[in-house]
Design a protein around this ligand. Structure first.
Ligand SMILES: Nc1ncnc2c1ncn2[C@@H]1O[C@H](COP(=O)(O)OP(=O)(O)OP(=O)(O)O)[C@@H](O)[C@H]1O
Length: 404
């Protein structure tokens, strides 16, 4: 899959941008703070409807546009997928200030038809690679859950919808648990929420089991090549509700334990999850929160049995991240039969020569990749000649003609 046209209106520093996008490797060159990362952010926004940078969508609207009576930002992309052309449009509209303050509306149009975020998710796919993504390995468990959710939402039908509903159920259930803890009442009211939680949760758990085992297979192979067979990478899923473990040992599995959970049906996971919620009911009422389920899942990355998040060297973590990212690309390709668009922000600067060469080789296979850099010398002349180069300056883009 590849973009053919990108249009931005009031998207961060880009008041207006309209560009044809070539089907190949695109180098975005420019000094700091010129808008290179913003371009990647806009493209990733089309795949996930969320920014990898901004805490709030409101930050995406151009500062100047904020002064207008109806501030808005818009991203429109034409892209080819499976031989067909599509148009995806996202509008961010800040409604007039009412009694509850300004409200931001997000509208999504796929081929001209309004869709919910959950419906439109997966229409366009991208894989993002940022140097700070080592946080996926080194940061808290929420980083890994976020990574998993963004990746799976793009590819697994129904995942985004189930996740949205699951999060709503957790919120409602927590409110009820708190109310029962503070004011007492009939705990049987929980049964309705338990059923919904187990239903949506089982779907998420099963999809995570499946995806992680596939990503592990692909990333271990790449990692083996990158480390010349010296290290074995593993992705260890540690679900907060673990269908593979008897009740009393839920939290006591050592990290190196290999557990095959692929044989569980969704129904078995749901039944087990529900039974566990019943067993935990009194404790959960006392604590006022939902203590098990996908919102508390963990994934650990190990190399030769060593937990990379806790004990990995910088080099080991970067190598594992690269293996994971390349695996993600291959996984999406396997699943949807199309290459996702690759987005790499200043990634090369962090890599040694061998890793750099590996990464650039991988890019050659893909349909389209966008790379940002402040320094074109980071790349071999021969490589640059195969690419289209765009100079990005103060929110404007200009194609750089290369010598024939
Ligand atoms: N809502 C906004 N409206 C206008 N300008 C914005 C908005 N949000 C961010 N900017 C500005 O956009 C500029 C470009 O940022 P961007 O991160 O894309 O730069 P970059 O070229 O990737 O730089 P670097 O090489 O330092 O990463 C920055 O100066 C930033 O302050």
């Amino acid at each position: 899959m590849h973009l053919t046209h990108l249009s931005l209106t009031n998207f961060r520093a880009f008041s207006r941008l309209d560009v044809e996008v070539p089907r190949q490797i695109l180098l975005l060159v420019g000094d700091n703070a010129q808008g290179k990362t913003t371009l990647l952010e806009a493209v990733y926004f089309l795949a996930t409807f969320t920014s990898f940078h901004a805490a709030h969508d409101r930050q995406l609207i151009n500062f100047m546009a904020e002064e207008e009576s109806l501030p808005f930002a818009r991203v429109v992309a034409d892209f080819q997928r499976g031989g067909k052309m599509h148009r995806l449009e996202i509008r961010l509209i800040q409604d007039a200030v009412g009694a509850n303050g300004a409200r931001l509306r997000k509208e999504i149009l796929m081929d001209g038809v309004k869709r919910s975020m959950q419906e439109a998710m997966g229409s366009f796919n991208a894989v993002l690679f940022l140097p700070q993504m080592t946080q996926i390995l080194e940061g808290g468990p929420d980083e890994r859950r976020r990574y998993l959710n963004l990746t799976l939402s793009q590819i697994v039908p129904g995942y985004a919808q189930a996740l949205t509903e699951y999060v709503q159920v957790v919120t409602q259930r927590n409110a009820l648990l708190k109310q029962l803890a503070e004011r007492g009442g009939d705990s049987e009211q929980l049964t309705y929420w338990d059923t919904l939680l187990a239903q949506r949760g089982a779907f998420l758990i099963q999809e995570r089991i499946r995806a992680l085992s596939e990503l592990e297979r692909l990333s271990a192979r790449i990692h083996d090549r990158l480390t010349e067979g010296r290290e074995v990478l593993r992705l260890v899923y540690r679900p907060a509700y673990n269908p593979a473990v008897a009740l009393r040992t839920q939290y006591s599995l050592p990290i190196e334990t290999t557990v095959d959970r692929s044989g569980f049906t969704e129904e078995q996971i749901r039944e087990g999850f529900l039974a566990r919620l019943r067993a935990l009911r009194a404790e959960e009422i006392q604590r006022g929160v939902t203590t098990i389920g996908p919102h508390r899942d963990e994934v650990r990355f190990t190399a030769n049995g060593i937990d990379l998040g806790d004990f990995g060297s910088r080099g080991q973590v970067r190598t594992a991240l690269m293996a994971l990212k390349l695996a993600e690309v291959a996984w999406m390709r396997e699943k949807i039969g199309e290459w996702p668009v690759l987005l790499l922000d200043e990634t090369l600067a962090e890599l040694d020569l061998q890793r750099r060469a590996d990464l650039l080789n991988a890019l050659r296979e893909c349909d389209q990749a966008l790379l940002t850099t402040t320094d074109l010398n980071m790349f071999h002349e021969a490589f640059v000649r195969q690419c289209t180069v765009w100079q990005v300056q103060a929110g404007c883009v200009q194609r750089v003609d290369q010598p024939a």
